[in-house]
Design a protein around this ligand. Structure first.
Ligand code: NAP
Length: 243
């Protein structure tokens, strides 16, 4: 059975990806940080539909927690075909109002998280002779967003990280790609008021915001053998917001 670990899968894009990968025959390790109930509910839903899933807690910014999570995943699955580093946090603030600890938290979840998770899976992927690693960046990592300098920096960092790793791991038959979503209707956008959301939809050529399921489809494609000659790429899933 194919296996995938999705970080930040208790809600939003990660949860949509967990459902879709399970539907497509993957055993899914559902990572969560604090939303245990949501992760357990998702696992129960997937299992009830005949899929295979289990929840694993870890704050991906913490090396020891990621190590423990990976041990649990390998104990349970034996191997890992796909890693999706999707966990993320967002914050809208002037840079001058941003506390140092907020800056470090942003880098911790997105970049330290990518480092810890990839370090933990690469040796086994190299030994098995294949693997697919996906990171979830953002349009703001491509274009930059006002009042989101730390988030934009972290997401731009993930793009550089993914491209570099694609070059490093290509000879080991491990593909590394990045998905850069536009504005997607999840809890992450809950702090935006209706006017802001309508404005963002109006600025999108397709005239609406995205759904988590639409990002999940891109992740499934890039993870699959249908994308066997695609590595080091950044796929925008943004309704044409950035072209
Ligand atoms: P969301 O609904 O807020 O969900 C965030 C997920 O990340 C949750 O499952 C959360 O887990 C997890 N998470 C946060 N910090 C974590 C940590 N330290 N360790 C492990 N998991 C952690 O957000 P989303 O919209 O689905 O976002 C998913 C990814 O897409 C993020 O990387 C985000 O930056 C990116 N993205 C989103 C949008 C958008 O418009 N929604 C656009 C572009 C990119 P717990 O609840 O268990 O803490």
């Amino acid at each position: 059975m194919k296996t995938v670990l999705i970080t930040g899968a208790s809600r939003g894009i990660g949860a949509a990806a967990a459902r879709l990968f399970a539907k497509n025959g993957y055993a899914v390790a559902v990572n969560y940080c604090s939303s245990k109930e949501a992760a357990d509910r998702l696992v129960a839903e997937i299992t009830a539909q005949g899929g295979e899933a289990f929840a694993v807690q870890a704050d991906v910014s913490k090396a020891d927690e990621v190590k423990r999570m990976m041990q649990a995943v390998y104990d349970r699955c034996g191997h890992l075909d796909v890693l999706i580093h999707n966990a993320g946090i967002a914050q809208q603030k002037l840079l001058t109002d941003t506390e140092e600890q907020e800056w470090h938290r942003m880098m911790g979840v997105h970049l330290d998280g990518a480092y810890h998770c990839c370090q933990a899976v690469i040796p086994a992927m190299v030994r098995q002779g294949y693997g697919s690693i996906l990171t979830v960046s953002s349009i703001w990592g491509v274009t930059g967003a006002s009042c989101e300098a730390p988030y934009s920096a972290a997401k731009a960092g993930l793009i550089g990280f993914s491209k570099a790793l694609a070059k490093e791991l290509g000879p080991s038959n491990i593909r590394v790609n990045c998905v850069a979503p536009g504005v997607i209707q999840t809890d992450m956008c809950a702090s935006f008021d209706e006017n802001t959301l309508r404005g963002l939809a109006d600025d999108t050529p397709l005239g609406r915001l995205g759904k988590p399921e639409e990002v999940a489809e891109a992740l499934l494609f890039l993870a699959s053998d249908n994308a066997s000659y695609i590595t080091g790429q950044v796929l925008g899933v943004n309704g044409g917001f950035v072209v």
